[in-house]
Ligand binder design. Sequence first.
Ligand SMILES: *[C@@H]1O[C@H](CO)[C@@H](O)[C@H](O)[C@H]1NC(C)=O
Ligand SMILES: *[C@@H]1O[C@H](CO)[C@@H](O)[C@H](O)[C@H]1NC(C)=O
Ligand SMILES: *[C@@H]1O[C@H](CO)[C@@H](O)[C@H](O)[C@H]1NC(C)=O
Ligand SMILES: *[C@@H]1O[C@H](CO)[C@@H](O)[C@H](O)[C@H]1NC(C)=O
Length: 433
Amino acid sequence: MAQPQSSLLPASHQILFLAIVALLLAVARSEYDGPLCVSENKVFHVRVDLYSGELGYYAFEECGLENVNPTVAMEIGETYTFIQKHRSNYFHPIGFAYSPYGDEELKKEVTPSTSEGNPACIGNLTCAAPMYYLNDEYLGHYSNNPTLLQNVTVNISDNGLDVYEPLFFRSPAEWTSMGTFSMKMRFDDADIKKDMFIFCHIHEWMAGRIKFTKNGTVLNELDVPTLGFEFDYNTPLLSDFDKECGTFGLGDYQIPGHPHCPDQFVCDKDDPAIDPKMAQFGSCIDAMNCHMLVGMTTGIKAQDERALFVHQMIPHHQNAVNMAKALLKRDKLQCEDLTDQETPDCVLEGILYEIVNTQNLQIQAMYDYLDAMRMPEVDNCDVKLETVADDTQQQRQQPAQGSNARGLGYYYDYGNTVVVVLAASMVWMLLQR
Ligand SMILES: *[C@@H]1O[C@H](CO)[C@@H](O)[C@H](O)[C@H]1NC(C)=O
Ligand SMILES: *[C@@H]1O[C@H](CO)[C@@H](O)[C@H](O)[C@H]1NC(C)=O
Ligand SMILES: *[C@@H]1O[C@H](CO)[C@@H](O)[C@H](O)[C@H]1NC(C)=O
Ligand SMILES: *[C@@H]1O[C@H](CO)[C@@H](O)[C@H](O)[C@H]1NC(C)=O
């Protein structure tokens, strides 16, 4: 009796048939179907969206500022210009890397001597690399691009970055006064089998994917290398509350209602005479102070003064960053030109940009320190919130005096000032050791 046949073809042919179908399907859908940020005139006006995560992400005017960290298309052999004029670029010199990691060693920065395609360029420094400009003047000597620098160079590595990057550490007013910073790049290695990443030379984890195209068709459809981490805006740490405030990581620290925080740091929010938008800003400040208060109760597991300093200072810095971002987000400051130091709001806006960027950088450096010293990344402890006697109302009216003003009642009245003073004394104490 014949075996019942499940198909007209023998098994080996079935497999072959399926393989051919799969191949045809693969060819049929070989177009990369993700959204791509394309600039027709090959110019990208760069912004940094500080609110889309703890450190912010790049966005481009050409692709809509609501599309934070878009996947950018770059045509092989074409020259692109990335203009970093907008003030949000302060402290964010742009670069390219073959790896998405912010980690220094793994970054695989795109330089005249790095390649993920044809390696022949590595020995004589002729690989495609960014070229850095200030006010349309090239700051380096390397070139792979005869349209930019008449003679393509051999064995020259200086692409201007050593001048470009340090200028981003000047004050916001100075940096602005220098003019227009930009970077140009012609990627000419069609053998590239991977994506490239936009990164920030100063802040980590800002990896924006670049897909290369040849005559408009994406070369590598797969998102390789894979990212290996989550962008902040895809995590619950960027809560709806944060989006409203312009902050990061505060969703779980709203008060009243947090077991380790007082009911408020900013008083009178319920007063009907207070503008609801002002009250809402007060709630943002409340949550960031609660976040800091909870963060600044830590253990001493490492039995090391340096670890205690860092564990306490990180939440303190995070608070400063959140406060500054929240105020920037309000669009309250009236500053046309950051270099105008006669306008008080320009001075304050400069301070805000400095706080956000330098303190974020220091937070990163402090985490790196813990890592390098093999100290625990966090060492939190929960401190029970004592119920303070019902005289806070009274204390607020008559400033607490001297040694009477200890404990949490102190926080109610002086909140951030106290912690700033505490932090400053911690720095002092540590330096004395
Ligand atoms: C760089 O070196 C490679 C490999 O030796 C060679 O093929 C290429 O022509 C060199 N480029 C220049 C501009 O000399
Ligand atoms: C570039 O440097 C390499 C390695 O030092 C050397 O072999 C090569 O001759 C140099 N090429 C030119 C054009 O100077
Ligand atoms: C380019 O190279 C040629 C020949 O080596 C030389 O004569 C010319 O001066 C160079 N041009 C520039 C702008 O350096
Ligand atoms: C590029 O694409 C256009 C239109 O799709 C086509 O006419 C042209 O031949 C292509 N060029 C190359 C070099 O493939």
